[in-house]
Design a protein around this ligand. Structure first.
Ligand SMILES: [Fe+2]
Length: 271
């Protein structure tokens, strides 16, 4: 089954959307196809289909509990998440009072949790609770140029791209929010094989219980459609940036898979 079939959109319709996005005089109606286009990109890059998650779940227990490996996984994942959380503060085209309110709610969901908590702090606690040696402190996650030297090349590329592309169009925000519930469930499920308490860590449990990422996905696409109905000339860059961000995210999962391979080799077991 190809991507078009998976999301119930014909190849002709997808082709039409791309053509509408690329032609010189954009049609405001082209924004109507944005949800299907974003869904198609998400289906083509679905995180849970990447080998990393299944390999993490099937690791021998002693390797899965390796504090160094857990810390390396934490660093790559937190860096990628941090990059997107920081980058939403640079989103363009959302300057009207009503759109600022909707944007603010996204900020609050990440950085304005009860009692001064944040998704960043929830995630670092979740990994420390399973014994990870986290290579960086929470407040060491800052500018892309400061963070990149601590990262592998693919995760560093994602971090730099997030800052650049989130500030240019709303496409990267749409695709990341659309895919996030998939990778959060895949990561929670893989870690829970080795650490049953992971499923109840607030980073995962609060998000799943409240449907936060599903709401973000709908909101990001709806807000972007509103913008594109008024400014259809932004459609092409919106779709292009969404694709670029999805490809960069593939690189993060590949980098995390390489961390598993290195740990397996350190422990002297065939990968
Ligand atoms: Fe989100």
């Amino acid at each position: 089954m190809n991507v078009s079939e998976q999301i119930g959109v014909s190849g002709r319709e997808l082709g039409g959307l791309r053509a509408a996005a690329q032609k010189d005089s954009p049609d405001p109606r082209a924004a109507q196809g944005l949800p299907a286009t974003i869904a198609a990109i998400a289906a083509a890059h679905r995180p849970s289909n990447k080998p990393f998650f299944a390999r993490l779940a099937s690791l021998p227990g002693n390797i899965a509990r390796d504090p160094r490996m857990l810390g390396e996984l934490y660093l790559a994942y937190q860096a990628a998440m941090h990059a997107t959380r920081a980058a939403v503060y640079y989103l363009p085209h959302l300057d009207s009072p009503a759109l600022r309110q909707r944007k603010l709610q996204i900020f609050v969901d990440d950085d304005g949790l009860a009692n001064g908590d944040t998704h960043h702090y929830q995630l670092s606690r979740a990994f420390r609770n399973i014994g990870a040696i986290c290579p960086l402190g929470d407040e060491d996650f800052g500018e892309p140029d400061e963070l990149a030297p601590h990262l592998d090349s693919q995760t560093a590329a994602f971090v730099r791209l997030a800052r650049t592309l989130y500030g240019r169009s709303l496409g990267p925000w749409c695709i990341v929010e659309t895919m996030s519930v998939d990778w959060m469930r895949a990561l929670a499920d893989a870690l829970a094989v080795h650490f049953p308490g992971m499923a109840s860590e607030p980073y995962f449990a609060d998000c799943f219980d409240q449907g936060v990422e599903e709401r973000h996905a709908l909101e990001a696409v709806a807000v972007t459609q509103l913008v594109l109905e008024r400014r259809p000339e932004y459609l092409a860059v919106t779709i292009e940036d969404a694709k670029t961000m999805a490809e960069a995210l593939d690189g993060v999962w590949a980098a995390m898979d390489a961390i598993l391979t290195a740990a397996v080799e350190r422990h002297g077991v065939d990968p």
